[in-house]
Ligand binder design. Structure first.
Ligand code: SF4
Ligand code: SF4
Length: 150
């Protein structure tokens, strides 16, 4: 898929809205390996320092502002090059792909989603994007459910 074609569905405006607020950034073993390598830490040290366990999964810890610990207002994501799969996959989450109402809410929330794109086209481009970028998960025990498509 060409980048231009993908941009017809989504082009991040870097507003930072999706990194604010506590929550839900599940990291898989693959994410932990990449992130610890990026931060030059042993995987155990990365997990200890930057993650917490909740709902049976390992998630990125929140910082003092209650947002993702890697997010700073005005500066964005400190681990952009190595960020977790869920962050790479947004807005092509399972709910937004299979459910038009979730998609409509996502469109209101994220200014990067093209206001003109129809749900069917968004879903088709999203599925292709996830496949091409190896962002589909297959283990619900340790990966984000948002990445597991039917
Ligand atoms: S809310 Fe959308 S446009 Fe804003 S930073 Fe997140 S992905 Fe990009
Ligand atoms: S890891 Fe980066 S992209 Fe993901 S929520 Fe945190 S600051 Fe945002």
């Amino acid at each position: 898929m060409s980048r231009e074609f993908q941009k017809s569905a989504f082009h991040c405006r870097q507003c930072g809205q999706c990194c604010e607020g506590r929550g839900g950034i599940v990291v898989s073993p693959r994410d932990i390996a990449r992130l610890s390598d990026f931060l030059d830490l042993a995987p155990e040290a990365f997990t200890e320092q930057y993650t917490e366990r909740s709902g049976g999964k390992i998630k990125i810890r929140a910082g003092e502002a209650g947002c993702c610990i890697f997010f700073s207002k005005g500066e964005g994501c400190a681990i952009h090059e190595a960020k977790p799969a869920v962050c790479r996959a947004w807005p092509f989450f399972r709910g937004n792909i299979i459910d038009s109402e979730s998609f409509a809410l996502a469109k209101e929330f994220c200014p990067g989603i093209s206001p003109h794109i129809k749900h069917g086209d968004f879903a088709r481009i999203g599925r292709q994007y996830l496949h091409e970028h190896n962002l589909l998960a297959n283990d619900p025990a340790c990966e984000a459910a948002t990445l597991i498509l039917p």
